[in-house]
Ligand binder design. Structure first.
Ligand code: HEC
Length: 153
């Protein structure tokens, strides 16, 4: 099959590029590693914001702003060639991210909106509202993961 052949050639080219630079990590894998690190950082900022939300609203909002910046970068962190099944990458990113890009974008927008809503509650010193908003933030993570993230590798 043409397509399989093309992928095999691409794999060989990537392998050759890796060998030439003495670098064993493919560019595609670097993208994956960077987005996984970004996701972890985002989760960390949100946890910190949640912990701070009762005591120090200003610091909590700073953490949320950092999380929002990462959330807004999510769609750009999935270049072609970085899906589960592509050559040279180990990733949980399902091909559906690319076949249903509008849905993926919508899930990312949903997280951004949930983070903004949490920030608005903090700004208003509404602590019960903020707690509920943090629950919505976690739901927004799960909504995307359920559809677009595969099994742990
Ligand atoms: C728009 C979709 C989307 C949203 C929203 C999203 N994630 Fe993810 N997340 C993914 C995908 C896809 C992966 C797998 C990335 C890979 O393996 O290349 C992932 C991976 C991760 C990882 C890396 C470790 C692992 O389990 O694979 C963490 C941690 C994570 N997400 C946390 C979060 C948290 C916390 C939130 C919400 C604050 C969130 N994510 C929101 C799509 C999303």
């Amino acid at each position: 099959m043409r397509r399989t052949g093309g992928l095999a050639i691409l794999g060989a080219v990537l392998l050759a590029a890796g060998v030439a630079t003495g670098d064993t990590v493919s560019e595609a894998q670097k993208s994956v590693d960077q987005r996984v690190a970004a996701m972890k950082e985002m989760g960390g900022k949100i946890n910190e914001a949640f912990q701070l939300s009762g005591a120090n609203t200003a610091d909590a909002r700073t953490k949320l702003a950092a999380a929002l910046a990462i959330a807004q970068s999510i769609p750009s962190r999935f270049p072609a060639g970085t899906a589960d099944g592509d050559a040279g990458v180990t990733t949980r990113a399902l091909p559906k991210i690319w076949s249903d890009h509008a849905g993926f974008q919508k899930a990312a927008d949903g997280l951004a909106a949930a983070l903004k809503a949490a920030d608005a509650k903090l700004a208003a010193n509404d602590s019960a509202g903020a707690d509920a908003a943090f629950t919505d933030v976690r739901k927004a993570c799960a909504t995307c993961h359920e559809s677009y993230r595969g099994k742990a590798k």
